[in-house]
Design a protein around this ligand. Structure first.
Ligand SMILES: C[S@@+](CC[C@H](N)C(=O)[O-])C[C@H]1O[C@@H](n2cnc3c(N)ncnc32)[C@H](O)[C@@H]1O
Length: 387
């Protein structure tokens, strides 16, 4: 199987599979994680993975430098093990650095090859495709084709609690990854002072309560005849039994915009974690951060909200508000000058992608309030617009 991930999250998803799923054959690669398992693994992964984008069954991989090779390679795969006589099997995918570079042509060839195979197996010259959907995905890279079946449907970031969002929401899988990168498990107080639609606080509450992110939604492969309904039922029951609502996590989300506060509260209610989070209206620059704990922030970048200059002024104000705070701070921004504006060099950085937008998670966990602002200013003095 294969889980595509946002770039930068491969290692976290591999850990989720190893430590959450108890899997041993797990391999993280660029933008994806490969692993082995059966239908129970598939159901578990869809329901429980917080940071993967979807769960695919990898049917095979073969050299495909010509349309003939692509057709024969696809026809040789055991599609009938998954797709029944009435199954609908749309095809989508991409080609990169390959002799076969036309996606529509490859789609047509793959569709024909799968239809030929299924027609032979089911002794039918015409396939109705009126049943459940078996989305075929392909990737042709450097003349090697890989063929998958998508078991997830709508991406795993669609948890089912955020029908509504503010203008620049964070992808749920990325919000969960920020919390995981900080190794926060519910014991320290947590605040997100730029909560928007509440994603970070809600994902954190779900982590604290060990609430599987997929419990509120359905998956495409739940309609598949090749997976017994009991497999899904057992996976859902196990995930439900794992929820621990007694955890006394202290989670606060705040935003300057009252509409965002209301939206966050509504989303938390839909996610089933309303009682675990306090949402309030507040200016992030005027909050008191003197208590220990963790702070997560996804302030405006100057891309979708605010202009760059206003965003950078905000970072400077935030830097001042947090200068003496004992809190560990994890701040996501796409602005290359973030640290200079904020006034402190991060203890560690991690490149992450919010959709197509390249960002950096600036991590401050060694910060001592006694460290003078001057030391930080000095260490940042080499920064220029071009550095
Ligand atoms: C990029 S969005 C956060 C998105 C959020 N992570 C989510 O998933 O929906 C930035 C948020 O910061 C808020 N904001 C801007 N200036 C603020 C300030 N001074 N204090 C608090 N919130 C502010 C905006 O209203 C907006 O909701």
């Amino acid at each position: 199987m294969c889980c595509p991930t946002l770039f930068g999250l491969e290692g976290i998803v591999a850990d989720e599979l190893r430590f959450g799923g108890g899997l041993t054959t797990v391999r993280a690669e660029n933008g994806r994680v490969l692993f082995e398992g059966d239908e129970r693994t598939l159901a578990w992964a869809n329901l429980n993975l917080r940071c993967a984008e979807r769960v695919l069954i990898r049917l095979g991989s073969f050299p495909a430098a010509s349309f003939d090779a692509l057709f024969e390679g696809v026809r040789a795969l055991p599609w009938e093990q998954f797709i029944p006589a009435d199954g609908a099997f749309p095809v989508k995918g991409h080609c990169l650095d390959a002799a076969l570079h036309s996606v529509p042509d490859c789609q047509k060839i793959i569709k024909k090859a799968v239809a030929a195979r299924l027609g032979e197996q089911y002794h039918q010259s015409w396939l109705e495709e009126t049943g459940a959907k078996y989305q075929i995905q392909f990737a042709i890279m450097r003349d090697t084709a890989e063929l998958y079946l998508d078991t997830t449907g709508a991406g795993l970031h669609k948890r089912g609690y955020r029908a509504n969002s503010n203008a620049a929401p964070l992808r749920e899988t990325l919000a969960a990854a920020m919390v995981k990168l900080a190794r926060w498990r519910g014991r320290e107080p947590l605040i997100d002072p730029f909560c928007g639609s509440g994603t970070i606080a809600i994902e954190a509450a779900m982590i604290a309560q060990r609430r599987a992110p997929g419990l509120l939604r359905a998956f495409e492969a739940e309609k598949w005849a090749c997976i017994a309904p009991s497999v899904w039922q057992q996976a859902r029951e196990a995930a439900l039994a794992n929820v621990d609502t007694d955890t006394a996590a202290d989670i606060v989300g705040s935003d300057i915009d009252p509409a965002c506060v209301q939206l966050s509260a509504e989303n938390a209610r839909k996610a089933g974690v309303a009682s675990a989070i306090r949402f309030e209206q507040a200016d992030a620059l005027e909050r008191d951060y003197s208590d220990p704990g963790v702070l997560f922030a996804n302030p405006p970048y100057g891309e979708r909200l605010l202009d760059v200059q206003t965003a950078e002024k905000l970072y400077a104000g935030l830097g001042q508000a947090l200068a003496a705070s004992p809190r560990k701070q994890y701040i996501l921004s796409s602005d290359p000058l973030f640290e200079r504006c904020f006034g402190r060099k991060a203890d560690k950085r991690r490149k992450l992608y919010n959709g197509m937008l390249k960002c950096e998670l600036h991590m401050y966990f060694k910060h001592s309030p006694r460290r003078s602002a001057k030391t930080d200013r000095d260490s940042l003095s080499g920064f220029t617009k071009n550095s």
